[in-house]
Design a protein around this ligand. Structure first.
Ligand code: MTE
Ligand code: HPA
Ligand code: MOS
Length: 752
């Protein structure tokens, strides 16, 4: 089935927040943000700004009627700074005007004097000074200390990954409207409606019932709008509270880039131990997460780093520790993979290190150590239905890995200035929010008495195709045509207490809730059908293609007639479904449990060619065997794979978030921050489906697909390193992503 949004997107008819027709009397809000990363605010003077014609009012922290904090996990981040600023880009004032031009003119007239305080941008430095955002975490299995003593080979080193700007096509934004009786409606570009709703309520000192949040769709979120959308909504709502007029707060691209957090950069110290048979016996890692100036989602992100610290490898002795470090950068946040990719990069670096030191092909060491059924992760969950080896073997066979290896080797022999590199990237990603409580969802379904159907869920459509999947789930469960069903906007008054659309779990959670609501409706409709058909109690009634079947035999009763009759009989044609993932649990005091409903597997083979004179490169191909379960929508799922892979390659190769020592973002526009375009997409991008094997806890057996493919992109880093070392085995290439052309070139020719 084609994505239901496809036609709207290509014809420009799909509506985003900025397309909402302006309400009469709408005002525009602009944020005045701190120009310095750390300091004491001595003077903040907006008197001249307030006199700009069109400016209605300028708000500071003193105007907040409720609580001035917006942190989702830890309430440590003020909406508007008070007497200290902790990152450049931190909001200080909110200017509200009749139009954007007036608001922007006013921003230029605000005068600040801020006494500078020391700025820290490096997480190791923050750690050394004891600056942490929350408690450190530690996962342990076996005993690394005694295991290392028995190892034939032990290698240790450092690795690091950089940040990543979300660069959703649609920036952040919110549009708030006063409703009668002190209520406020907020249209928000958010993945997490509940967080927006409770942040606004908390800020205004009101109950959540006085705030309605509505989302039609996002032009991308990628984790950046999981929690951080709340800030923009809170700003708009604050102005509505005081001015009783509709207020729109939508940043320009550079404002969005400057004020919002990004993927957490990580530093890591690792130690890996192998026995004489090249089995990885022990792995130890300490991760220094760059959290930025406030906790945001970093405490949860560090947890997922631990869950994925050993990727797909079966290692008996494991010790992993994370420190969430407080720096003077915008609070970093969720980004596709949620700390998992960072953890996986580190163990791949350690394996690359070990294999090269031992003079063996990296992929042989990886293959030898893939986990199998019955392996117990450091967090206590036992691997079931493991597909690590199957994906690897199928990729090796389908894409003729041996032939590719030979071809790359002979290419490198024949060419002096061009070198090819090859890398394999196996993945294993846990599906479920790591916070068990969040694994719940609801759906509300109305069957109108003409037979058409309205479906509301807690899912947010952000390009990943979840609405199409919801529609498929409802159509399948009710046995009716898809064009009878409409997906409504996501709204807190119809579906309450939503978890964010995140963790790749949106379709699983909300789809199951849709199925549950449909089950209730079907039970009622079957009762009506029995009466209409004069069938006995034990006859089996089903609906297929809009027709009622009794004991598998087609009847003359059609959907519309059945629904009309049910209504005449005063049968309830609305239902609410609730789903909570069964079986999962996790005990944080022991750091053990069974946190994931299931794992997703796959293997990617990446081939690159480096121009060793210039340091430039192309990604020739990424060939993947991916475990989709039994895909509910192969076209959408393939799109998720392709998009995720390209985004992962971008993170690993060209996207470089750069702050200077004063904590100012230098890569603050599309001229200085490069994301992959169509020309940097691999020449070959071939994703094959592992033979379908439905997972019982996935929606209709279709495994979650949103985040896992991003991690195939890590293969591009190691393939580039492989190519560079083919040119100069002594090239200086520390494990530091992204592998930009500059780094390749400098590394190739650096004297040791
Ligand atoms: N795909 C598109 N087109 N746009 C997005 O913003 N977000 C990703 C992924 N794929 C995203 C996307 C992220 S970070 C997640 S967690 C999942 O989609 C969320 O949706 P799902 O749970 O329905 O997979
Ligand atoms: N993944 C993504 N987002 C989240 C998670 C998670 O595990 N936990 C809280 N937000
Ligand atoms: Mo995705 S990082 O879980 O929004």
């Amino acid at each position: 089935m084609v994505n239901i949004d496809a036609a709207g997107h290509v014809t420009g008819r799909s509506l985003y927040l900025d397309d909402l027709p302006l309400l009469e009397g709408t005002l525009f809000a602009k944020i005045y943000d701190s120009p310095v990363a750390h300091g004491t605010v001595r003077r903040l003077d907006w008197s001249a700004a307030a006199r700009v014609p069109g400016v209605v009012r300028i708000f500071s922290c003193k105007d907040i009627p409720g609580h001035n904090n917006i942190g989702g996990i830890i309430p440590d981040e003020p909406l508007l700074a008070e007497d200290t600023v902790i990152f450049a880009g931190q909001p200080l004032l909110l200017v509200v005007a009749e139009n954007e031009d007036a608001a922007e003119a006013a921003l230029k007239l605000i005068v600040t004097e801020i006494d500078p305080l020391p700025v820290i941008t490096n997480p190791r430095e923050a750690y050394a000074q004891g600056l942490l955002l929350c408690g450190s975490r530690h996962f342990e299995k076996g005993s690394v200390a005694s295991a290392f003593a028995t190892c034939a080979h032990v290698f240790e080193g450092r690795a690091e990954t950089g940040g990543q700007e979300h660069l959703y096509l649609e920036t952040h934004g919110a549009y708030a409207q006063p409703l009668e009786g002190d209520r406020i409606r907020v249209w928000s570009s958010t993945q997490g409606l509940r967080h927006v709703q409770e942040t606004v309520a908390h800020l205004l000192g009101r109950g959540m019932h006085s705030v309605e949040v509505d989302v039609t769709r996002l032009g991308g979120g990628f984790g950046g709008k999981e929690d951080q959308a709340a800030m923009w909504a809170a700003m708009a709502a604050l102005a509505v509270y005081h001015l009783h007029r509709p207020v729109k707060c939508v940043p320009h691209r550079m404002e969005d880039m400057r004020m919002s957090g990004k993927r957490n950069p990580y530093h890591c110290d690792y130690r890996i131990g192998l026995d004489a048979d090249d089995r990885i016996v022990a792995f130890e890692a300490t991760y220094y997460q760059n959290g930025g100036a406030a906790a945001d989602l970093s405490p949860a992100i560090q947890e997922r780093t631990l869950f994925h610290g050993t990727n797909t490898y079966g290692i008996e002795h494991v010790s992993l520790t994370t420190h969430s470090c407080r720096t003077n950068l915008p609070p970093n946040t969720a980004f596709r993979g949620f700390g998992g990719p960072q953890g996986m990069f580190m163990i791949e670096a350690a394996i690359d290190h070990a294999a090269r030191a031992l003079g063996m092909p990296v992929c042989d060491l990886q293959r030898r150590n893939l986990m199998t059924d019955g392996y117990e992760f450091s967090y206590g969950q036992v691997v079931q239905r493991c597909r690590a080896e199957r994906c690897w073997e199928e990729a090796a066979e389908t894409f003729r890995l041996e032939t590719t290896r030979e071809r790359v080797a002979s290419f490198n022999e024949a060419n002096t200035w061009q070198k090819k590199g090859l890398a394999l990237m196996p993945i294993c990603f846990g599906i479920s929010f790591t916070n068990t409580m969040m694994n719940q969802a609801r759906a509300l379904i109305h069957i109108y008495w003409d037979g058409s159907v309205s479906v509301s869920t807690g899912a947010v459509e952000m390009g990943q195709g979840v609405n199409t999947k919801m529609l498929q789930a409802a159509a399948g469960a009710l046995g009716i045509a898809r064009n009878r069903i409409r997906l409504e906007s996501t709204n807190t008054t119809r579906v309450a207490n939503t978890s964010p659309s995140a963790a790749s779990a949106t379709a699983d959670l909300n789809g199951r809730a849709v199925e549950e609501a449909c089950r209730q409706l079907m039970a009622r409709l079957r009762g009506v059908a029995r009466i209409l058909l004069g069938e006995g109690d034990d006859s089996e009634i089903s609906i297929r293609e809009e027709r009622v079947y009794a004991n598998g035999i087609a009847t003359d009763l059609l959907w519309e007639a059945l629904v009309r009759d049910a209504f005449m009989k005063r049968v309830n044609l609305s239902a609410k479904g609730h789903y909570a993932t069964p079986e999962i649990h996790f005990d944080k005091t022991k750091e053990k449990g069974h946190p994931f409903a299931y794992h997703v597997y796959g293997t990617a083979i990446t081939e690159v060619t480096v121009d060793c004179l210039r340091g430039t490169y192309v990604v020739d191909g990424v060939q993947v065997v991916h475990d989709f379960g039994s895909s509910i929508n192969p076209l959408i799922d393939l799109g998720q794979c392709e998009g995720g892979i390209v985004q992962g390659i971008g993170w690993m190769t060209m996207e470089e978030v750069v702050y200077n020592e004063q904590g100012r973002l230098l890569s603050n526009a599309l001229s200085t921050y490069k994301i992959p375009d169509i020309y940097s997409v691999p020449r070959t991008l071939d994703v094959r489906f592992l033979a379908p094997e439905p997972d019982p806890l996935a929606i209709q057996g279709s495994k979650a697909v949103g985040e896992p493919p991003l991690m195939y992109g890590i293969g591009a880093y190691f393939a580039l390193r492989d190519a560079a070392l083919a040119f100069n085995p002594k090239a200086v290439l520390p494990y530091s992503a992204p592998m930009t052309p500059e780094k390749v070139l400098m590394g190739l020719y650096q004297k040791q």
